[in-house]
Design a protein around this ligand. Structure first.
Ligand code: IPE
Ligand code: IPE
Ligand code: MG
Length: 247
């Protein structure tokens, strides 16, 4: 039995091919650190290494787009110390990895409201996106200060404004139109959503986009995630039969 061509996301002889778009809720850094008797920040640092491995595995597998949930709109509820640590790590890894990302053909982009991290980090993120804008090997889409409900409320505002301005009528608001005003508008449809850490919930991540995504929940903690786990998820995906409401 043959799977479809890499990156087509299509079904060949009843089998799903390589997913075009994979999203990951990278959860469990804190528990990983706790088990080792380390501070939470050590778990986040190790989590960043898991990001490197996963990105490499995604490129090798022929995935077109990888969306990573790095910081939720609700993660501001954490201690000031942890938020500061997370911001520091983002800056550190951005500096360290940018050259290689650019060289490997990765296009970096963001969803959420990363400007809330302050002008310094925000500027670096925008520069990194600009530097890699013409790359086309894989889109690395990082969700930073992202909340799906916030994204949907914002989409409603944009459409309401268009109605108020007379650009569209309420009847013009369709599923397609909604998709166009979400932050994921330019990305391929979401095929596979993975969450690590054993929690079985979406935590305000890609609620609209996951309508027909395949879901995989793993007991692994994010810092333990690796190429083998990623490829195992891809092969589970390949074995699923997607119906999209058909028979
Ligand atoms: C995920 O790991 C990383 C972020 C949310 C930034 P957690 O920090 O949520 O780890 P646990 O869930 O406490 O183990
Ligand atoms: C989801 O994990 C957010 C990220 C992985 C960035 P959380 O750890 O914040 O989710 P909850 O609080 O367990 O639902
Ligand atoms: Mg968590």
């Amino acid at each position: 039995m043959s799977a479809g061509a890499p990156g087509t996301g299509e079904t060949v002889a009843g089998e799903a091919a390589v997913p075009r778009h994979v999203a990951i809720i990278m959860d469990g850094n804190g528990r990983w650190a706790k088990r080792k008797g380390l501070p939470r920040v050590a778990g986040h640092r190790e989590g960043a290494e898991a990001v490197r491995r996963t990105l490499k595995a995604a490129v090798e597998a022929g995935v077109e787009c990888l969306t990573l949930y790095a910081f939720s709109s609700e993660n501001w509820r954490r201690s000031e110390e942890e938020v500061t640590d997370l911001k520091g790590l983002m800056r550190f890894y951005l500096e360290r990895e940018l050259e290689e990302l650019a060289r490997e053909g990765v296009k970096l982009r963001f969803i959420g409201e990363p400007s809330a991290f302050g002008p310094d980090l925000w500027e670096r993120l925008q520069l990194a996106a600009a530097k890699t804008a013409d790359n086309d090997k894989l889109i690395l889409n990082v969700a930073l200060n992202y909340g799906s409900q916030q994204e949907l409320a914002r989409a409603a505002q944009i459409l309401a404004q268009e109605v108020a301005d007379g650009v569209i009528t309420p009847e013009d608001i369709s599923v397609e139109k909604m998709g166009e005003v979400l932050q994921t508008a330019e990305l391929p449809p979401l095929d596979l959503l993975i969450r690590t850490s054993g929690e079985v919930r979406l935590s305000n991540f890609l609620l609209w986009q996951s309508a027909y995504a395949e879901l995989i929940f793993l007991d692994l903690l994010w810092p333990d995630f690796d190429k083998e786990a990623f490829n195992e998820a891809l092969s589970q995906f390949a074995g699923r039969q997607r119906r999209f409401g058909g028979r």
